[in-house]
Design a protein around this ligand. Structure first.
Ligand SMILES: Cc1cc2nc3c(=O)[nH]c(=O)nc-3n(C[C@H](O)[C@H](O)[C@H](O)COP(=O)(O)OP(=O)(O)OC[C@H]3O[C@@H](n4cnc5c(N)ncnc54)[C@H](O)[C@@H]3O)c2cc1C
Length: 457
């Protein structure tokens, strides 16, 4: 019998375990992670495979560290970005949790430097953005880079390995609920794990499982938005007016035609575009490394759609668009902005006759207008022209658009302010999988919060 069972060794699950071990070192805790230990995790695409082999458990998203392990490791140190924790507690409290989580990253080896703290450096940029009808959102960022991120997570794994039971390569299959109280879990090998408290932190990758399992136990869920868009890649100097002043900025625009919100997301100066896998569907993302650099900058342009009744399947909607791109391209599709405007597909020859070389070499040149609905496509095009006003060259015909980038924000679990489920006692849901967060630092902070509540009971 354990005191606490945790599902998922992403930042949310790891930070919950770290805090429990600080407050109750004598407690028995088990952490169940369906992927591998950090040193065994690998993504064949990153190791030179041309096409994603659709591994049963995606090495990029599953395993110690979760989706954050090979991520760029940008810790966005503000409550305004990367999650909804402000819906559950006061700003002061979220700020404290973020500071506390950030200090833990530092303790386990994060880089000291924080970018984006000097307002004077980006004041002029804010003015230019306003003139282009763009809203500039800035936040202090600690950038680990993928290599350092892996080191920090390995240090956490080593530390916890000596204190709790870590079970890798096995998934949680069912919750055990008796008399409206959670009693533990059944694993996919049939094993039963009994625990007084259970924390579910399966990330976006495990969100479908969470939704299914929670609805079977009559735990309420609320629809979240889905963000559909492309990853933009251009020569790094083109975006320097922005990236040289602000390491991580977010620019928000409301498209004149539809009034939809379009935003930049996850900017990677001198980084590379990568493919990831979501339940067998290939989608795009981006990275930048602390040491290894490219000549290109990439960022996502995402259009937010929030559906109204009776539609309840925003994730399936996003998956459908992404799988359409997969169907046409056999994976990721890439198109030059000029070809899109000219109403023709990109071809390998046209991509070659460009001023930049794509960093995601396995992407197939094609036609995004066959994939992205008119509404989102129009908003993306209008946003590129708005960005061109503050970073001339953004709307160049050579700018590359990779599709599809989708952010599936898992349906949000109905939770109390303590992040305990409404309906099943002692069951907590945290991180991206519960729809509570969207980034590393808030996912980590949600783990700390749940751990403190549990230890305080
Ligand atoms: C390529 C990429 C780059 C990113 N870059 C950044 C960035 O720079 N900054 C930032 O703030 N955020 C970034 N993110 C987002 C960030 O990684 C996530 O917000 C964060 O990892 C969420 O943490 P989590 O613990 O909720 O879930 P996850 O990190 O997704 O971890 C969930 C874990 O649960 C496991 N799991 C799922 N289901 C089960 C089950 N049934 N049984 C057992 N285990 C299960 C999974 O294998 C996984 O390891 C990036 C994401 C990606 C994919």
């Amino acid at each position: 019998m354990y005191n606490v069972a945790i599902v998922g060794a992403g930042p949310a699950g790891i930070f919950a375990a770290l805090e429990i071990m600080k407050l109750k070192p004598e407690w028995k805790v088990v952490l169940i992670e369906k992927g591998q230990k950090i040193e065994k995790r690998k993504c064949l695409l990153r190791e030179g495979y041309e096409k994603c082999p659709n591994c049963k458990r995606c090495g990029l998203l599953c395993g110690w560290g979760g989706a954050g392990a090979f991520s760029d490791g940008k810790l966005t140190l503000t409550p305004d970005v990367g999650g909804h924790l402000l819906d559950y507690m006061s700003r002061d409290k979220v700020e404290d949790l973020i500071k506390y989580s950030d200090d833990l990253y530092l303790k386990f080896g994060a880089t000291e430097e924080v970018f984006g703290t000097d307002y004077n450096t980006f004041r002029e940029l804010e003015r230019e953005a306003s003139l282009a009808e763009l809203k500039l959102v800035y936040s202090p960022v600690r950038h680990l880079g993928t290599e350092r991120s892996l080191d920090v997570l390995k240090n956490m794994q080593d530390y916890l390995d000596e204190r709790i039971t870590i079970r890798n390569d096995v998934a949680a299959r069912n919750l055990i609920v008796e008399c409206e109280q959670v009693k533990g879990l059944i694993l996919d090998n049939g094993e039963e794990i009994r625990a007084e408290y259970t924390i579910i932190a399966p990330g976006r990758e495990g969100a479908d499982w969470l939704t299914k399992e929670f609805s079977q136990n009559k735990i309420g869920m609320v629809n979240n938005a889905v963000d559909v868009g492309v990853r933009v890649e251009l020569p790094a100097p083109v975006f320097e007016p922005i990236t040289s002043k602000l390491y991580e900025s977010k620019l928000i625009y409301h498209s004149p035609t539809f009034g939809d919100e379009v935003r930049t997301f996850c900017m990677n100066p001198n980084g590379e575009v990568v493919q990831e896998n979501y339940n067998g569907i290939a989608t795009v993302n981006g990275h930048s490394y602390a040491e290894k650099t490219t000549n290109n900058t990439n960022f996502a342009l995402l259009v937010s759609e929030r559906f109204t009744e009776p539609f309840k399947e925003p994730i399936q909607y996003g998956q459908h668009i992404a799988s359409l791109a997969n169907m046409l391209a056999g994976g990721i599709l890439v198109q030059r902005f000029g070809d899109l405007l000219d109403g023709r597909r990109s071809t390998p020859e046209r991509i070659k006759a460009s001023i930049l070389t794509p960093t995601l070499t396995c992407a197939t040149p094609g036609d995004l207008s066959l994939v992205i609905p008119y509404r989102q496509m129009t908003s993306i095009i209008e946003m590129l022209y708005a960005l061109d006003k503050i970073a001339p060259g953004t709307a160049s015909r050579y700018t590359l658009l990779y599709g599809i980038e989708v952010k599936f924000y898992s349906a949000r679990v109905k939770l109390t302010n303590e992040l305990e489920t409404e309906g099943v006692k002692n069951l907590f849901a945290i991180g991206d999988g519960a729809g509570v967060t969207r980034g590393l630092i808030q996912a980590s902070a949600s783990g700390i919060h749940a751990a403190r509540v549990i230890c305080g009971r």
